[in-house]
Design a protein around this ligand. Structure first.
Ligand code: GDP
Ligand code: GDP
Length: 436
């Protein structure tokens, strides 16, 4: 199921990122303690009244050296391309400006629902400032204050009211959905071609140019797969498509729709910081991950090269220690036949459920082997554990006091679970809860 997407547009300084942060709140992500994985605060999931959605701050997508007005226009275009509902943000202290009218003109032309927000209405006396904004033609303006957190509920009510009514299920549950992410030119489209075994998509030597494909469904050995569209695969030719943040945005959308993410690395270039960031997204989203080192044909090697490369990957991607690594060549097809079976295995592990009684036997053995830690004279007590979700496998462990569950002990439990049940290729989550 895909979550609805909300995009915030508006000229600079009206308060887009302030509102974005208000709506997103302080979410605790599972990679926050992983050094080096920084997050762009432009895309996040959020929740309002039991409805989850994704939200984009288009203001965070800076578009090269374009003049300001052009940037604002392109951000509005992105919102129209990506969102189900658009929040058009203005500043109630400035009144309607020429740039606001420019944005309005672009939004008229789309068929997307628009909710007009007038920000910086910090007190009731300022409410009359909103009447000016009726002239923009998007109905009733909603007064809000990002600084004081006023009106955000009303705004989100209006947004949620526009969500598509029933979420449609895209594919059957037993179809494996995967995507390929990685920097431009690592060979993503070549790999897609090679996997499909036919020149269905066009490959080019120019960085960033890619094929015209949406989701591609295919069947291999009785298993159905879908390759999910990633950054730059569609609607190419627009100026903003080459901006890094936009391609990250598209990759995030693809990751979200996938069960398994192939993180593609170029063997010729080694691992660079951006690879780590990209991989961090897949991990954080709780998807199954396979690390694919492509262009293996292009480097000189001896019998140690692969082991050394693997070690480098493990060092750089410590948070992905569960991910299998495959060395392939889209060009010579070397080891490509391994990819689909590995994707299948990871997808099964991602959806694996273990029995509570077996899980608790493992838990008791683990505690016997490595007694629970103490803090300020208090010892962590673990009562029992149960798996509450799949995709990714999520475990709740009931304890006397969650504060006493130290990261390293959690890690120890995770490793015991992995040693016993497998779970290769999938992140697992462990949540400590106080026993009532
Ligand atoms: P963006 O460029 O549209 O993302 O705007 P920002 O969120 O960065 O906000 C621009 C400035 O407006 C910052 O100095 C904010 O502190 C300020 N600001 C944001 N929301 C409000 C508000 O509701 N009231 C007031 N008075 N200032 C605000
Ligand atoms: P994308 O931008 O990640 O989709 O990368 P492409 O699939 O467009 O590939 C970028 C370039 O790398 C093209 O010139 C490909 O021919 C080349 N390439 C892709 N895979 C391999 C490979 O396995 N070996 C070699 N030597 N070149 C490759």
């Amino acid at each position: 199921m895909t979550k609805p997407v909300v995009a915030i547009v508006g000229r600079p300084n009206v308060g887009k990122s302030t509102i974005f942060n208000r709506i997103v709140g302080e979410r605790i992500s599972i990679v926050e303690d992983v050094p080096g994985v920084t997050r762009d605060r432009i895309y996040s999931s959020a929740e309002w009244l039991n409805t989850t959605f994704n939200i984009i701050d288009t203001g965070g997508i800076d578009i090269g050296d374009e003049p300001l007005l052009m940037q604002i226009r392109q951000q509005a275009e992105i919102a129209i391309d990506e969102a189900d509902v658009i929040i058009f943000m203005t500043n109630g202290r400035d009144g309607v400006t020429a740039a606001d009218e420019e944005v309005a003109k672009i939004l008229y032309r789309s068929n997307k629902p628009v909710v007009l927000a007038v920000n910086k209405i910090d007190n009731p006396e300022m409410r009359e400032n909103i009447y000016d904004f009726y002239t923009l033609g998007f109905g009733e303006p909603i007064p809000i204050s990002g600084t004081h957190g006023l009106g955000i509920g009303d705004l989100l009510d209006a947004v949620v009211a526009h969500f598509p009514k029933r979420e449609t299920k895209e594919y059957d549950a037993d179809v494996i959905k995967f995507c390929l992410i990685g920097r431009p030119n690592v060979g993503k489209s070549s790999l897609v071609n090679a996997i499909l075994g036919e020149e269905r998509v066009i490959v080019s030597d120019i960085a960033g140019t890619t094929r015209d494909a949406i989701d591609t469904t295919f069947k291999r050995d009785g298993q159905e797969y879908v390759i999910i569209d990633t950054a730059g695969m569609r609607k190419r030719g627009k100026v903003y498509e080459s901006t890094e943040k936009y391609s990250v945005l598209r990759a995030l959308k693809a990751i979200e729709r996938s069960d398994v993410v192939l993180v593609v690395i170029n063997a010729e270039e080694g691992i660079i910081e951006q690879d780590k960031k990209i991989a961090g997204y897949a991990h954080e989203a709780g998807r199954g991950v396979v690390i694919v080192v492509n262009k293996w044909d292009a480097i000189e090697k001896d019998e140690k090269t692969m082991i050394e490369f693997e070690k480098k990957i493990r060092d750089h991607f410590q948070f992905l220690d569960y991910a299998p690594i495959v060395f392939v060549s889209a060009k010579t097809k070397q080891r490509l036949h391994k990819l689909l079976p590995i994707i299948q295995m990871v997808s099964e592990n991602h959806a694996m459920r273990v029995q509570t009684n077996v899980l608790n036997e493992v838990l008791m053995d683990a505690i016997a082997m490595n007694p629970t830690p103490t803090h300020n004279g208090q010892r962590l007590k673990i009562y029992y554990m149960t798996q509450v979700a799949v995709k990714p496998p999520t475990f709740v462990v009931f304890v006397n006091d969650p504060e006493l569950m130290h990261f390293s002990y959690e890690r120890f439990l995770e490793n015991r679970i992995r040693d016993t049940f497998g779970f290769e290729g999938t992140p697992i989550k462990i949540i400590a809860r106080p026993r009532k």
